[in-house]
Ligand binder design. Structure first.
Ligand code: GAP
Length: 511
């Protein structure tokens, strides 16, 4: 879909997001706060459209999925039963000299081995080129130390795999010198708070690190409404909070983010692998339907030995971000673990009675879980494009355009009077704006040369532009009266159409 990709694509996207009002650093006037982001006027619309598309496709257009909005702060016992209090940790490493903190599984190191003998260690942070970067560093190390002999290929390992005797010898990624990294230790990522007036242990509560537990805890309540029969799903969209050790890559890994999760409950003896496949394919097709090219998606199956004991299988849909191929959407087959845990901890049965099979059982679950912000970033990366277009004087210039799918574009159509100092043009343009507004998001713009106004909307990803000119007023003859030019963002082609045809034509294109 989008065209030339450059190494600095991420910088260009971040700068476009700021310039056009998609995304800002949170609390920027105070120097910003790491891992938190604000969505500006275009960003909120884009985000809302992603959410709405997902909700429509996942909940409203299906008979077997219902919605839920559970509270962000839940009883602390929820998080004990789910295993988050005890085990929602990342391995953390401190650099005692620079005071920087790293995730141990994002630090990669290798021994520098010359003629079979270890002469030192080199380190890099996780990237697309871990082995190459380590090899380059090993060569530089050998050269600087003037070591003679044959350098062997590096063997990258992450810091969680470092032996205790190696830790003091591995250079810190911050200083480049060995001796300052601490051994990895488990860091719980849940944000704690207090509920009520007391500030003691008894009042501790957590901001949820995932929305999923709401669906498990309310499983019985939803079952009792009588609307659902296995197999069925419960879906939720909402904010989650994780005190990530190293938030990074713009909105990819944040401390406050939004999840769209669905727990799909199936019979205990149903073919879980079939349902797992079904939801992986559903998620992939959905991503394509909002403008993410299938060619930038791939699947990663978590190796059996790295899965939690209760998990039957987890597949991640991966997206080719400019900083590497990374997890976008996780689809996990979690067995009956979560419902069983909550049943044990609360003393409440979490069983389903199958009135056909006349049997009672705890359903198993397939969980597609995705972050809105990660989808939004994948969409921006897919849509960002630079091409050539003529300026006001016909000279070719580079045009930046966001080729957003009309379904999710923040503004669907921009309306322009050719000139702002001609009241008849302005009046007609405002009429067209008001005609379209009940059906879609419309942006009215009369400021500056028409070419500039087109460019601004190209950068905002607006798929259509409508220009009201003197022909619209009938100045070139009655046959053109009440017609406008409709410009298409990607091809820049313009066609003349009747104002009366605008609504049906545009509705068809943006839905
Ligand atoms: N209930 C399962 C669960 O939460 P997860 O893999 O930890 O699984 C699901 O998260 C999805 O949420 C991820 O695939 C990703 O899209 C998104 N996500 C997770 N952590 C995130 C973060 N720190 N910032 C942005 N998105 C995140």
């Amino acid at each position: 879909m989008a065209e030339p990709k450059t190494a600095d694509l991420m910088d260009k996207i971040v700068s476009l997001c700021k310039r056009r009002g998609f995304i800002f650093q949170s609390s920027e006037i105070y120097g910003g706060i790491n891992g938190f982001w604000d969505y500006g006027p275009l960003g909120v619309e884009l985000r809302k459209n992603i959410r709405d598309c997902w909700w429509n496709d996942m909940v409203r257009r299906r008979d077997d999925v219902v919605g839920l909005e559970s509270s962000i702060i839940m009883h602390p016992k929820v998080w004990e039963a789910s295993g988050h209090v005890g085990g929602f940790t990342d391995p953390m490493v401190d650099c005692k000299v620079s005071k920087q903190r790293f995730r141990a599984d994002q630090i990669f190191f290798s021994a520098v081995v010359v003629d079979g003998k270890t002469v030192g260690y080199v380190t890099v942070l996780e990237s697309e080129r871990i082995a190459e970067e380590l090899q380059e560093k090993a060569e530089t190390f050998k050269r600087k130390k003037a070591i003679q002999g044959k350098l062997e290929p590096v063997q990258p390992r992450d810091f969680t795999e470092a032996k205790s005797e190696e830790i003091p010898l591995i250079p810190s990624p911050a200083t480049g010198e060995p001796g300052s990294l601490t051994p990895p230790r488990a860091f719980n990522m849940m944000f704690e708070t207090y509920v009520g007036a007391l500030r003691d242990e008894s009042a501790v509560a957590y901001l949820r690190p995932e929305t999923a537990q709401g669906m498990f805890v309310d499983f019985k309540a939803i079952l009792d409404t009588g609307r659902v029969k296995v197999p069925f799903g419960i879906a939720q969209v909402g904010k989650s909070f994780r005190n990530e050790i190293t938030p990074r890559n713009f909105i990819f890994r944040s401390r406050e983010f939004e999840q769209m999760e669905m727990e799909y409950f199936i019979a205990d003896d149903d073919d879980w692998a079939k349902w797992h496949r079904y939801w992986i394919d559903w998620c992939r097709e959905w991503l394509v339907s909002v403008g993410i090219p299938a060619s930038s998606l791939s699947e990663y199956n978590h190796p059996k030995e790295k899965l939690a004991f209760y998990s039957k299988g987890t597949t991640d849909l991966m997206f080719k971000y400019p900083f590497g191929v990374q997890e976008l959407w996780g689809i996990a087959a979690r067995g009956d673990y979560d419902l069983t845990q909550h049943s044990k901890a609360s003393g409440q049965p979490m069983e389903y009675f199958d009135d056909v099979k006349k049997k009672r059982y705890v359903p198993h679950v397939i969980e597609p879980a995705v972050g809105v912000d990660r989808i939004l970033l994948a969409i921006l990366c897919s849509a960002y494009c630079e091409d050539q277009a003529p300026d006001e004087k016909g000279k070719m210039e580079t045009r930046t355009v966001l080729k957003l799918h009309p379904r999710i574009a923040p503004i669907k159509v921009a309306v322009f009077p050719l000139l702002k100092n001609k009241p008849e043009l302005v009046k007609k343009a405002l009429e067209v704006r008001d005609l379209l507004r009940p059906y879609m998001t419309v942006f009215y713009d009369e400021a500056g040369a028409i070419g500039r106004r087109y460019r601004r909307q190209d950068e905002a990803g607006t798929p259509f532009g409508v220009t009201i000119d003197f022909d619209t007023l009938g100045e070139k003859g009655p046959e053109l009266a009440d017609t406008v030019t409709l410009r298409e963002r990607d091809t820049m082609k313009q066609e003349r159409i009747k104002i009366s045809e605008l609504v049906p034509k545009l509705i068809e294109k943006v839905r």
